[in-house]
Ligand binder design. Structure first.
Ligand SMILES: [Zn+2]
Length: 408
């Protein structure tokens, strides 16, 4: 018997580091399960929309403002009301940059990338077709609704910042967890309804479903609403810096409590509503959702855990085929520019979006991106339903990975 076999023989089922979670490949291709389907069925379009609407009462929730802090408090109150009761906060300091020169939307013609020309986008992506350049709006005059303009007028200041999370504690493996995240801050002086009210509401709805008293999971699931994503992932980086070394440690010893369960995977949600296709030569994007609308699941091919992240991405792809009601999912290798970047060298990390971040969002496929028009009223039920399908996808996957079941 080797030393490791001996250790497994004495602590199998308790010692997560040695017995370990199911490999992603063991979950890949798993047939649909009736209990997972029942859980996914607890998601609802009207509830999802209502949660996004609730977030929009805080305007664009820009980092370092009173409206941002009020939104964190509101999110925490919602999590508690769902029964995800033991909410906690990460605290860090945000240093605001000097104010930038005013820049509005400004209509411009799209640029056409010519045949054979290689133009790289973020995350290793390659841009194709018509590309529309977009800068974040920081011009208050671009907001035509006077009460929203007043709500978004509060100043940005440096100082202590906070973000909130809550945890579903695993019944048999409380020392291991999946992290399900989205960023609650926004910019553009609108309502940040899509970026990232849509992802924040998705994570909140999953927290609600998994916190139902009749739901049991073998492993833990942490629901995190990152702050300061738009200023460069400041909140998620603080989380990694403060907590990576605490993973899997029982505290106090013998208590059965694991303040930071070992990370098994990180799944980020960032803009999940709008998939209307490529801009035309005039720079305009269709007002209608494209018939081919899908959810884009991305991993980063250059990440330390790229192979496992790719497998995790395909677990979600499977879950989409098994549990999502309307829209398919596609997997790509260029995850970029979101909180998942901070985790990708520690743990398999992926992101879900309405479009690929590099080639599509980065080429101007969403005209509301970081604009004053990122309003609840800018999206149709088809758009909201795409976001709901992203929620169904992640819920189905995490239910299987964390070993969820319903009590009789
Ligand atoms: Zn975002």
């Amino acid at each position: 018997m080797t030393a490791k076999q001996f250790l497994v023989s004495i602590c199998c089922g308790v010692c997560g580091l040695l017995s370990g979670p199911p490999a992603f490949s063991q979950v890949l291709g798993a047939p649909p399960q009736s209990q997972v389907k029942a859980l996914v069925g607890r998601l609802d379009l009207e509830r999802y929309k209502a949660t996004i609407k609730g977030l929009t009462q805080f305007g664009d929730r820009q980092q370092g403002t009173d409206r941002n802090r009020a939104a964190v408090d509101w999110i925490e109150a919602q999590l508690k009301s769902y029964g995800c009761a033991n909410t906690e906060r990460i605290r860090y300091v945000y240093i605001a940059p000097a104010p930038q020169p005013r820049q509005g939307t400004g209509a411009a013609k799209a640029v056409e990338i010519s045949s054979g020309e290689v133009v790289k986008g973020v995350g290793g992506s390659r841009l194709r077709g018509f590309v529309q350049r977009q800068l974040p709006n920081n011009d208050p005059a671009a907001q035509t609704n006077p009460s929203l303009r007043a709500l978004n007028a509060g100043p940005v200041s440096s100082g202590p910042s906070e973000e909130v999370y809550c945890t579903k504690v695993g019944a048999t493996h409380p020392d291991e967890m999946y992290i399900v995240g989205a960023h609650m801050d926004g910019q553009g002086l609108g309502e940040a309804a899509d970026d990232d009210g849509s992802g924040t509401a998705l994570v909140m709805e999953l927290a609600r479903v998994f916190s139902d008293p009749d739901v049991v999971t073998e492993r833990s699931i942490r629901f995190v609403l990152w702050n300061n994503e738009e200023s460069g992932h400041v909140g998620s980086r603080a989380y990694v810096q403060q907590r990576a070394s605490l993973q899997g440690k029982e505290s106090p010893p013998g208590s059965g409590l694991y303040p930071e369960p070992r990370w098994l995977g990180m799944i980020q949600h960032d803009m999940v509503l709008w998939d209307h296709g490529m801009p035309g030569p005039d720079g305009a994007v269709s007002a209608e959702q494209r018939r081919e609308a899908d959810i884009n699941i991305e991993f980063r091919s250059s990440a330390k855990f790229a192979d496992q992240a790719m497998k995790l991405a395909f677990v979600l792809h499977d879950a989409n085929e098994n549990y999502a009601t309307d829209y398919p999912a596609a997997v790509g290798p260029h995850m970029s520019n979101s909180d998942s970047d901070e985790f990708m060298d520690y743990v398999p990390a992926i992101s879900l979006r309405e479009n690929e971040r590099g080639m599509q969002i980065g080429a101007g496929w969403n005209p509301h991106y970081h604009q004053a028009t990122d309003l609840f009223s800018s999206y149709s039920d088809k758009d909201f339903r795409l976001g709901l399908n992203a929620a169904q996808t992640t819920l189905g996957a995490v239910a299987q990975l964390a070993g969820a079941s319903l009590k009789n």
